[in-house]
Design a protein around this ligand. Structure first.
Ligand SMILES: N[C@@H](CCC(=O)N[C@@H](CS)C(=O)NCC(=O)O)C(=O)O
Length: 238
C-alpha cells in the first residue's frame, strides 16, 4: 500500500510535508483532518493521543507521529536525494539543524498567539499579554532564522529540501497573526518568494484549501479519516 499522510486544516504545519511528498515523487495518499472538529474525538485519540497532526501511516501500516520523525521516514526513502542529502555530508547536518530549529523554537514561538486566539472568553487583558509575549517571541525567532539563512537559493543549497518543507507550512502563520513586519527579515522574505510559487507548494496549498489540484501524479487520492482510523488503529479496552 501507499503511505498515507494525515494532514490538518486550516493552516496546518503538515502542508509542508504534502509539498515534501510531491518533491519526493513517490506514490502516497492523503487523509484530511478538520483540526477544529475532528481531533477532539476518542477515535482520533487512537491515531494520535496528543490530538495533533501530522500523522503518517507507513507503507507497512505503522503509525508515525511528530513532524521530524515523519521527515526522517521520508529522508530514508529518498534514494535519489531529491529532498535530502547523504547522511554523512555537511549539507545533511545543516539540513537537520534547520529542521530542528524550525520545528522547535520557531514553531513554538507562535504558541501564545494560538492560545490567545482560542481563549475567546478569557480576560481581554490576559489575552493581550499573551499576544504581546507571542509577537515578541515570533520576532525573536524570526531574527534568529534570518541569521541562519545563507546566500543559497533555498535553505540548504539550490533546491528545496525537507528543511524548506517544514518552514513553508509554518512561516505563513506570521501573516495570519500579523506578528511581524516581513520586510524586517529580507532573507526569509526572499526565500518564501522562491518557495511559494513552486508547483509542489502550490499543490499543497490547494489541497489544504479543499481543492483538487493536478499535482505531480504521485498523490493517489484521499482516504476518509474514519477509514484510516478503522483500518490502522486498535480499539483500546474500556
Ligand atoms: N510536535 C508536533 C506538533 C504538531 C502540532 O502542533 N500540530 C498542530 C497543527 S500544526 C496541531 O495539531 N494542533 C492542534 C492542537 O494542538 O490542538 C510535531 O512536530 O508534529
Amino acid at each position: 500500500m501507499e503511505p498515507i499522510l494525515v494532514y490538518g486544516f486550516p493552516l496546518g504545519s503538515s502542508m509542508g510535508l504534502v509539498a515534501a511528498f510531491e518533491w519526493l515523487g513517490q506514490p502516497y495518499r492523503l487523509s484530511r483532518v478538520d483540526m477544529l472538529a475532528d481531533m477532539k474525538s476518542d477515535a482520533y485519540g487512537r491515531l494520535n493521543d496528543r490530538r495533533e497532526t501530522p500523522v503518517l501511516i507507513t507503507d507497512d501500516g505503522r503509525t508515525i507521529t511528530e513532524t521530524l520523525a515523519i521527515a526522517r521516514w521520508l529522508e530514508a526513502r529518498d534514494a535519489e536525494r531529491r529532498i535530502s542529502f547523504d547522511l554523512a555530508t555537511p549539507e545533511a547536518d545543516r539540513m537537520h539543524q534547520l529542521m530542528a530549529f524550525i520545528n522547535t523554537g520557531f514553531t513554538g514561538a507562535f504558541s501564545p498567539l494560538w492560545v490567545a486566539l482560542e481563549m475567546e472568553h478569557a480576560d481581554p487583558a490576559y489575552r493581550e499579554t499573551l499576544r504581546d509575549f507571542g509577537r515578541k517571541a515570533v520576532a525573536n525567532r524570526h531574527a534568529k532564522l534570518e541569521a541562519l539563512i545563507s546566500d543559497t537559493p533555498f535553505l540548504v543549497g539550490d533546491r528545496p529540501t525537507l528543511a524548506d518543507a517544514i518552514l513553508i507550512g509554518v512561516a505563513r502563520w506570521a501573516e495570519f497573526h500579523e506578528a511581524i513586519d516581513p520586510a524586517a527579515y529580507p532573507r526569509l522574505a526572499a526565500l518564501r518568494r522562491r518557495l511559494e510559487p513552486d508547483s509542489a507548494v502550490r499543490f499543497a496549498q490547494a489541497i489544504e484549501n479543499g481543492e483538487a489540484p493536478q499535482g505531480s501524479g504521485a498523490m493517489r487520492g484521499h482516504i476518509p479519516l474514519d477509514e484510516v482510523i478503522a483500518r490502522f488503529t486498535t480499539r483500546r479496552a474500556a
